[in-house]
Design a protein around this ligand. Sequence first.
Ligand SMILES: NC(=O)c1ccc[n+]([C@@H]2O[C@H](COP(=O)([O-])OP(=O)(O)OC[C@H]3O[C@@H](n4cnc5c(N)ncnc54)[C@H](OP(=O)(O)O)[C@@H]3O)[C@@H](O)[C@H]2O)c1
Ligand SMILES: O=P(O)(O)OC[C@H](O)CO
Length: 335
Amino acid sequence: MSFLNNTKIAVIGGGSWATALIKILCEQPYVQIRWWLRNQDDINHIRKFHHNPSYLSDVNLSPKKIKVFEKTTDAVKGADYIILAVPAAFVQESLQDLTEKHLKGKRIVSAIKGMIPDQNILITDWISEKYGIGLNETCVIAGPCHAEEVALEKQSYLTIGSAECPAAEDFAKLMTCRYVTAHALDDLYGVEYFAVMKNIIALACGITHGLGYGDNFQAVMVSNAMQEIGRFVTALDPRTRDISSSAYLGDLLVTAYSQFSRNRLFGNMIGRGYSVKAAQLEMKMIAEGFYATKSIMEMNKSFNVNIPITTAVYNILYEEQAPAHVMEELKKLLK
Ligand SMILES: NC(=O)c1ccc[n+]([C@@H]2O[C@H](COP(=O)([O-])OP(=O)(O)OC[C@H]3O[C@@H](n4cnc5c(N)ncnc54)[C@H](OP(=O)(O)O)[C@@H]3O)[C@@H](O)[C@H]2O)c1
Ligand SMILES: O=P(O)(O)OC[C@H](O)CO
């Protein structure tokens, strides 16, 4: 029996990413998945029909391996790992019933590519502060990977980022299957901040595409974005990292270019003239970059890093400046 057998994994979240991660985990022969989602109709439907009716509804969800729970406190009972897969803005609300006691001794894995709004902190830092869990007990799931392609079993790659979490290697094995290759990488903050900031760049790509800019411009903006994110992350956490690897550059590319990217789609609507409110109403899914833009701008008041693309997106989304004018100005700063 390998360690993978009978591993118990709680998954918190009912959206596309939670559903895709559960599909990957179900590829392991003997795992037990304890799934919490908030919507009672979805819970009833999954119990009866073994599909999530609201997200990735074509994915078969193995009833032998999955138990669905109404309460987070029940879902985490006996779990070895707890995967957090709700959008960052709803983490506090989703975990409100859990105390330090519930999480004690469990490895916490954040699959969230966002920050706690208003507090402007990473999910792993928030977990660590609120629940007294050491950073060496947490890791993050990152890398270029859209839930929709996992659903279609298209070859994908994941990175399990950690500070020094001994379980990251083991967890990478759990996330590896026929169509997913996962590897561990020792860089918790770098991976987590890149995942947050690439969403802002995808918004910028969507906005410029919506305005009529072409591939030539986007290629230059994405190249400048790599430098921008690199500068910011280095200011926060200086160390040597190969930002051309897939956990960093790959994640930026997939979000900036994919038809499945919610951030790009949201930006595209803004570029085409939707208001922020109208774009939010039109999209059922969540564009994390919207919240991240504000958090990074607020954080940057202390760090003062040159982040012109993030600033441009902020001016459009939060200062109601005209996208065409803001991008005309940004154009002059790129090379
Ligand atoms: N989708 C991907 O390909 C992907 C890949 C990598 C990482 N991620 C990350 O995974 C995280 C989760 O995103 P997702 O893609 O699964 O989200 P999603 O598909 O957009 O689904 C949104 C989720 O948020 C929930 N929600 C909406 N309003 C809420 C509220 N007020 N309180 C609590 N929950 C609420 C929804 O629940 P209801 O359905 O009940 O409204 C649903 O479960 C994000 O940080 C994202 O960046 C996503
Ligand atoms: O669809 P997006 O824009 O939220 O991006 C999802 C993932 O982060 C891609 O790696």
